[in-house]
Design a protein around this ligand. Sequence first.
Ligand code: FCB
Length: 459
Amino acid sequence: MSDLPVFPEGFVFGAATASYQIEGAANEDGRGPSIWDVYSHTPGRTDGGDTGDVACDHYHRYPEDVALLRDLGVESYRFSIAWPRIQPTGQGPANQKGLDFYSRLVDELLEAGIEPAATLYHWDLPQALEDKGGWRVRETAERFAEYTAIVAGHLADRVPRWITLNEPWCSAFLGYSVGRHAPGAQEGTPALAAAHHLLVGHGLAVKELRAAGVREVGITLNPDFNVPATDSDADRGAALRADTQHNLVWTDPILAGRYPASDEDTWGELITRQDFRLDGDLDLIAQPLDFLGVNYYRPTLVADAPHREPDASLRTASDNRYVERSWPDVRRNSMNWPVVPETFTQLLTGLKERYGDALPPIHITENGTAEYDEVSADGAVHDADRVTYLQEHLTALRTAMDAGVDVRGYYVWSLLDNFEWALGYAKRFGIVRVDYDTQERTPKDSYHWYRKLIEAHKG
Ligand code: FCB
């Protein structure tokens, strides 16, 4: 275990998953349909027509999965709660069987000595709320607060760490503008409204979690690390626009209580001009947090490009006056993502530079890689590329901490191979392989590597 990064005492090692990606049991115990059920069942939306109907069957196999976590030695497990299990139509009384499932999971974790970390929204919006406008309308934020109150009322005593939203950029822009995530809309201004309402929903949920007396509250973002393709002013401007539209539109309101100012038609500016913003919203959004969750996978190389749509209100998130270029001379994983670990350090030190003391402690709530895994003749999965990826990214993380960024924990994405959204089951991010025919779980080499790293920290 030479060359392994050493983390300070108290640093939390964890693993993460999300409800729709692993649970299956889509029609059981009163669960209602979510936007991902509808999207994945719509022909042509997901690769191979894959759906989360069965996924890893975690709903029934959670004791086995918790045992895998226990043997791995993680101190914390990040999972998400499926809103449509708790409120099948997104409003009204709780479905007791849905609450019971998470209650059983939490008890199983606590018995295994693992701290639960719950995400309230990892993208499975009840379809009934989408039918009323989804995140384009403010009412959804209010419903989200009610749902949060129900869940916190049942689990606050046993779940210390809470995450309101996972990657709201994906919900707003991949969901309502690019159309590659549920509900698959391709719109302009309504996607901005969705972004704002997600932030409002976050603020309302923070209040509910505080009222329930939970120990730690945070939100998980997926800040991009945008690098200009060349040194030209045009490409540097493009990188700044990408940064504003992907990152600052979230971090500025949450951490600094403002939308990013700009003399360009960027989304921060556009949101500021819209009537869906109400007085007091920014105070609600900018409530103090105990931690910021950061998901990081890869950097983005961006170059200047003209707008295609002249009318700003009709522009989608793929018409941003910048385009992504291919990162040269680096390894690419099976997502075709460039592997450039030092950008992880740069991203984190950049956050610290921008927000200073307003930056709360950070938990890396996701980091990992999809690789071309194969089962060897010996029955094992020798995923050397994933081991290298994890080792290099954890080292880059440690470097950021040495440079003064307060990082408290790291959750590997993901415990299990799972339903990778529009890409279906072909992309494997797990440190445990799942055979989808038999549901057999096989810990990969990366699992054993991570276990040793954690063990080395237990002294
Ligand atoms: C993130 C998502 C997570 C998973 C990883 C690969 O954007 O939060 O559910 O799909 O990417």
